[in-house]
Design a protein around this ligand. Structure first.
Ligand code: PEP
Ligand code: MN
Length: 294
């Protein structure tokens, strides 16, 4: 018989994100990505080009971001593009290049998977599977990556509420994959001066609702190179566990998102500034690991 309490109007039901919610555990989840701890005291920076374009571009960029303190290399091999006529990514050749970059730098790789049919393939190369903003509510894909043994980097849908975002994480967790990293990457608002409105409110809100690590992407969150640094700093000040940023060795010739990609020198300077800020909020950014071959 149903409890009479449930029939009383205005009684708030407990949230449906049973596994993602803070109420399910008393610990903060720390995800071990080949020895890189995401969600711990150290702030983790993931950096690299929007898309893998060729060997020279990827290796040159990877070596520089690693040298300047990135702990994880990003780069898309399967690219979700608004236009079917634009560069769609190198696909499996891009995954091969990412593997080469990992060998050359020692940096773990995060790369996007867009299709349930590619989860196994991308999982053979990637250390973290990224589910992009456009696929946050692709439930078959969420279920499929939930069966994968790899950590999942789940980006907030550009029109998703916090609750919808946590429910997307719940889809993955409920399949048995406990290693989900959340990423705030900006939402669509009426404002057109920037590509998206980076929702800084999401950081303290997510930190209060979930035990999962929260990473912020100020590149897609702003769309402008010159805005990336200020918003990266704001994200750290607001309590993010790290950042994902686009960096390109020659942004002016990038095939994708060059206007929001940092020059390696910008990235270097920003990392120095972030170290100071991290200390002020009781976190750390460690310099590059000596073992890395850079
Ligand atoms: C990306 O990180 O390459 C990307 C496409 O981002 P988003 O899914 O947030 O648009
Ligand atoms: Mn991009």
């Amino acid at each position: 018989m149903e409890s009479p309490v449930c029939n009383i109007p205005n009684i708030k039901k407990p949230p449906d994100y049973k596994l993602a919610g803070k109420h399910s555990t008393d610990h903060q989840t720390i995800i071990d990505v080949n020895g890189v701890m995401v969600g711990g005291e150290e702030l983790i920076v993931m950096a690299g080009p929007c898309a893998v374009e060729n060997k020279e571009q990827l290796l040159a960029t990877a070596k520089l971001v690693g040298k300047y303190g990135a702990k994880i290399l990003r780069g898309g091999a399967f690219k979700p593009r608004s236009s079917p006529y634009r560069f769609q990514g190198l696909e499996e050749d891009g995954l091969e290049l990412l593997q080469l970059a990992r060998l050359e730098t020692g940096l773990p790789i995060v790369t996007e998977v867009m299709d349930t049919r590619h989860v196994e393939l991308v999982g053979e190369y990637a250390d973290i599977l990224q589910v992009g903003s456009r696929n946050m509510a692709n439930f078959p894909l969420l279920k499929e990556v939930g069966l994968s043994k790899k950590p999942i980097f789940l980006k907030r849908g550009m029109n998703a509420t916090i609750e919808e975002f946590l429910m997307a994480a719940e889809y993955i967790l409920s399949q048995g994959n406990e290693r989900v990293i959340l990423c705030e990457r900006g939402i669509r608002t009426f404002e057109t001066a920037y590509r998206n409105t980076l929702d800084l409110n999401a950081i303290p809100m997510l930190k209060s609702l979930t035990h999962l690590p929260v990473i912020v992407d100020p590149s897609h969150g702003t769309g402008h190179r010159w805005m990336v640094g200020p918003m990266a700093k704001a994200a750290i000040a607001a309590g993010a566990d790290g950042l994902q940023m686009e960096v390109h060795y020659k942004p002016e010739v990038a095939l994708c998102d060059g206007e929001q990609s940092l020059y390696p020198e910008d990235f270097k300077r920003l990392m120095e500034e972030l170290k100071v800020l991290a200390a002020a909020v009781g976190r750390k950014i460690r310099s590059r690991v000596k073992a890395l071959k850079l």
